[in-house]
Write a protein that binds this ligand. Structure first.
Ligand SMILES: Cc1cc2nc3c(=O)[nH]c(=O)nc-3n(C[C@H](O)[C@H](O)[C@H](O)COP(=O)(O)O)c2cc1C
Length: 274
């Protein structure tokens, strides 16, 4: 047994070579037995993408001890109209019920995160999840009171200049930063990972669409991101580890708001390169 635990079931394998052709680092070959095997000395080049397991038409390939029969089956043809409806109907929600999301839905949402693509398949992401409304309330009350203090200065410190246009609403007690959301997810990337700037954005894009397909409201939150940069103690409070950089913030939770139709945006600016 090799260190990647790459195995092929000879009773199922039809020697089609799909796993060998689809291996990006090209570390598989047909062995003398006639079945695919790992090229000796190449295990360290594996990116752990599991394409060999996913592509096999006969479910004959196992790697890292994963049983191919335990994989989620993949629908051959996605209903593209429904997918477009999800994309076009996605909205930023700024109205939430003051209650925690159903536990099963939260678990479903979070378990999806294992599938998000990351550069060089590094999966060097850390997800800080505020799963309880009371914790979210503690965070929002800390931030809102700190911001109000800073706004009292004349002139206000540069850090809150951008927030001054929300001053009246903040003074009225409106939560313009966290939008009254019961939950928050912050994605951080390991600083020395291959794609620390883009991986968190991809993860949240997937999270948002999956959440909205489950009827859960979401909103990307640049203001909350700004608060994480402004108040390092907030990063400590939500447990972002040393050496990890917060990438972005998304608020989410149950909502009664519904958007029965999509918006009608200007066509995207596209040019063809000739
Ligand atoms: C990167 C990014 C940051 C955002 N930051 C905030 C924010 O801090 N507060 C907020 O209420 N909405 C925020 N939004 C939501 C946008 O304002 C929203 O996408 C826009 O108004 C269009 O609405 P739609 O998302 O429903 O199409 C953000 C969106 C993105 C993509």
């Amino acid at each position: 047994m090799n260190q990647l635990k790459f195995t092929v079931d000879p009773a199922k394998c039809i020697r089609c070579g799909a796993c060998i052709r689809d291996c990006a680092p090209a570390i598989l070959k047909f062995g003398v037995s006639g079945f695919p095997e790992l090229i000796e000395g190449e295990a360290s080049s594996c990116t752990k993408c599991q394409h060999c397991l996913a592509v096999c038409p006969e479910a004959a390939v196992s790697i890292f001890g994963r049983e191919p029969g335990a994989s989620l089956p993949v629908e051959r043809r996605m209903d593209s109209d429904r997918l477009l409806s999800l994309i076009a109907g996605r909205r930023s929600f700024r109205s939430y019920r003051r209650e925690n999301l159903d536990r099963d839905i939260l678990e479903k949402l979070l378990s999806m995160l294992a599938w998000v693509p990351t550069g060089v398949n590094s999966h060097s992401l850390d997800f800080s999840v505020v799963s309880d409304l009371s914790v979210m309330d503690e965070i929002r009350s800390y931030v809102n009171s700190r911001i109000l203090e800073m706004m009292k200065f004349d002139p206000p410190p540069a850090a809150v200049k951008g927030l001054m246009r929300y001053r009246r609403q903040i003074l009225e007690g409106r939560d313009v930063i966290f939008r009254g959301a019961p939950h928050m997810i912050v994605v951080s990337a390991k600083e020395d990972s291959p794609c620390p700037a883009i991986d968190p954005m991809i993860a949240l894009s997937y999270f948002e669409l999956y959440a909205q397909s489950l009827g859960v409201g979401t909103v990307w939150c640049g203001l909350a991101m700004g608060m994480l940069l402004l108040f390092p103690e907030l990063r400590t409070r939500i447990g972002i580890p040393e050496g990890w950089r917060p990438g972005y913030v998304m608020l989410f939770g149950p909502t009664d708001l519904r958007y029965p139709r999509a918006t009608q945006p200007e066509a995207a600016r596209i040019h063809f390169v000739k």
